[in-house]
Design a protein around this ligand. Structure first.
Ligand code: BGC
Length: 447
């Protein structure tokens, strides 16, 4: 048995996102988002599930905050539903939407929990999709206006802001792979959108600084570690591309003020060009205060022509997998954090998501999810190693507080520390909840 101990000043938290938990899709003036449209389109989401009710957190947030309080988290990461604030994405503000988030944030603060607010976790107002979505620069400006309003409204209450969650998912997964809303399959579109998202991020950072409110702003890319299959250059290049589409493509422009040539060249080989207008890079590379990192998985990568967009075959070398089929690769977590620090310096990092899908149910009032506990332990050991080797980790927020609407996978895939019965909406604390609570309370766990 070893004791894995964490620095006293590390912040512990849990994360969720609006469309995945709120429900109340048609209430209090909320407009439609692309996820309403997508999830109501037959064949897009497993079992035809949608977020109309989800965890009903819109009505049950007091109960959820009680759970957070009991868990002992310092920080709660949630996202704001843009179409609750601007039902049409821009123009008229919905006061009831603002009022909801004021009540919610006030309740967090009263309970001593620091809010970390994500402005965009994928629920783009449908009216903005109707004018081309993120492919249209008008949408970038609409986002900056929405961000500005949120900073003005919540300055003094919310001090940690995340502009965009997982730009890779918003661009490539949603517009090249077509797996998420709006479900397009067009590489040029995905490349355009990735650039516009970075621009939207930069414009929001400028609004944040101009607003003069106190606090910190960053964004949250998702990353994976891909270990080269062999020392052959073609395998090394393939894994660099595999990681580059998450890491370099979305970190270089913000932190270094330019896009990585190896990725620009690769996309152009596959027929897509990157178009940058004057000043774009200057806007995108506004200094940020912290980087959010989301990490779940990794793999071994081997060069295989025409395997996928990046010509990298992700090999199964016998990893254990979670119930969503993702490899468990805690060593990759350590490696990617070391790599990010090597490439971008000791930028403050919050792990804004890390967690595991296990679908254990309630038996006699208890959920025995020991595999989730094991996953968290292994990944926290990687965090501990990262801190020891100079990665500037400020906080760790697990995904997720609650089982919720897992996008295209619907309700069957569970990531929560708290089980949700999607018929009765009853919440049941899992064994991992008690384990995390004890870890937070002690500042260490036993392995
Ligand atoms: C997203 C979450 C999602 C989680 C598990 C991340 O990609 O930000 O919304 O539920 O991973 O798939």
């Amino acid at each position: 048995m070893a004791i894995i101990k964490f620095p006293d000043n590390i912040k512990w938290g849990a994360a969720t996102a609006s469309y995945q938990i709120e429900g109340a899709a048609y209430e209090d003036g909320r407009g439609m988002s692309i996820w309403d449209t997508f999830s109501h389109t037959p064949g897009k989401v497993q079992n035809g599930d949608n977020g109309d009710v989800a965890c009903d957190s819109y009505h049950r947030y007091e109960e959820d905050i009680k759970l957070m309080k009991e868990l002992g988290i310092d920080m709660y990461r949630f996202s704001v539903s843009w179409p609750r604030i601007f039902p049409d994405g821009r123009g008229e503000v919905n006061q009831k939407g603002l009022a909801f988030y004021h009540d919610f944030v006030d309740a967090l603060l009263e309970n001593g929990i620091e809010p970390m607010c994500t402005l965009y976790h994928w629920d783009l107002p449908q009216s903005l999709q109707d004018i081309g979505g993120w492919n249209n620069r008008e949408v970038v400006d609409a986002f900056a206006d929405y961000a500005k309003l949120m900073f003005q409204e919540f300055g003094g209450k919310i001090s940690k802001w995340i502009t965009i969650n997982e730009p890779w998912c918003v661009s490539f997964l949603s517009n090249y792979d077509g797996v998420h809303a709006p479900g397009n399959q067009d590489l040029q579109l995905a490349v355009n959108i990735s650039h516009h998202l970075m621009l939207a991020h930069g414009k929001a950072v400028i609004e944040f600084r101009n607003s003069g409110i106190e606090g910190e702003v960053g964004y949250a890319p998702n990353v994976e570690w891909i270990e080269p299959f062999s020392s052959k250059q073609e395998d090394i290049d393939a894994s660099n591309r595999g990681m580059g589409i998450f890491k370099d493509w979305f970190l270089d422009p913000v932190i270094k003020g330019r896009y990585p040539d190896f990725m620009i060249n690769w996309f152009s080989k596959k027929g897509a060009t990157l178009t940058i207008e004057d000043n774009d890079l200057e806007i995108i590379s506004q200094p940020i205060d912290f980087l959010g990192i989301n990490f779940y998985t990794g793999s071994v990568g081997r060069y295989k022509p025409n395997e996928d967009l990046l010509d990298v075959e992700k090999l199964d070398i016998g990893y254990e997998k979670t119930d969503i089929g993702w490899n468990i690769y805690p060593e990759g977590f350590y490696k990617i954090l070391a790599k990010i620090t090597e490439q971008y310096g000791q930028i403050p990092i919050y792990i804004t998501e890390n967690g595991a899908c296990y679908n254990d149910g309630v038996e006699n009032g208890r959920v025995k999810d020991e595999k989730r506990i094991e996953y968290l332990k292994q990944h926290l050991i990687s965090i501990r190693r990262s801190i020891d080797t100079g990665v500037n980790i400020k906080g760790y927020l697990t995904w997720s507080l609650l089982d919720n609407f897992e996008w295209a996978e619907g309700y069957d895939k569970r990531f929560g520390l708290v089980h949700v019965d999607f018929n009765t909406l009853e919440r049941t604390k899992k064994d991992s909840f008690y384990w995390y609570k004890q870890t937070i309370n002690n500042g260490w766990f036993e392995k």
